[in-house]
Ligand binder design. Structure first.
Ligand code: URA
Length: 199
């Protein structure tokens, strides 16, 4: 199963690498398709690549990514072991501006196809842009982070974006509480995610 998913993701990635559907493709060094394991039950969705991600071709490898990895480690999650991470847009918006609605819309089919292959049980939206696109357009991230939503049978949780936590460190304890809640959610709804960690 996981080999089949792996192959489908790889095929999708190869198609995505030559995408020129929107203007973001013209300035990119790399398409940032996604990273993780094909049998992930938990999918994290960010906004779009920054400078480091564009250079390396992998999501969340800059300062925000280092913080994200620390928060993931704290609840026994690891991008190479039991989750998948992708972004709303796969190419870096210039000067790290917000991806525009038309860019998000044009890129969304890639994410939808990643979702169709992975079939995650839980989606975690990192920040307002991802939460507004995936959960509900009028999301109030400061007020609603950590809330559990259910859409089409999938559990969804918006959390504060790690880059926002770097700007506002006083929000870190609240963000950490959300991750602890996520850990409990995973324990009750996922079979495989922590299976190897509990040995
Ligand atoms: N911020 C995001 O939303 N995604 C990344 O991949 C990096 C930073």
């Amino acid at each position: 199963m996981s080999e089949e998913k792996n192959q489908k993701l790889e095929e999708l990635k190869q198609q995505c690498l030559s995408c020129e559907k929107c203007g973001l493709g013209t300035g990119r060094h790399n398409v940032v398709f996604g990273v993780g394991v094909p049998d992930a039950e938990v999918m994290f969705i960010g906004e779009g690549p920054g400078e480091q991600e564009d250079l390396k071709g992998e999501p969340f490898v800059g300062r925000a990514g280092i913080l994200l990895d620390k928060m993931l480690t704290a609840i026994d999650l690891d991008r190479h072991k039991n989750i998948y991470i992708a972004n709303i847009v796969k190419c870096r918006p210039p000067q790290n501006r917000d991806p525009q609605p038309d860019e998000q819309e044009m890129c969304l089919p890639w994410l939808r196809q990643q979702f169709s292959v992975l079939k995650p049980k839980i989606i975690v939206c990192l920040g307002r842009i991802a939460a507004a696109k995936i959960i509900k357009p009028d999301i109030r991230i400061k007020r609603e982070h950590g809330t559990i939503f259910k859409k089409g049978g999938v559990l969804m949780m918006p959390v504060l974006h790690p880059a926002a936590l770097l700007r506002n460190p006083s929000d870190k304890p609240g963000a950490f509480e959300d991750f602890l809640k996520l850990q409990e959610l995973i324990k009750t709804h996922c079979e495989k995610t922590y299976a190897n960690m509990e040995l």
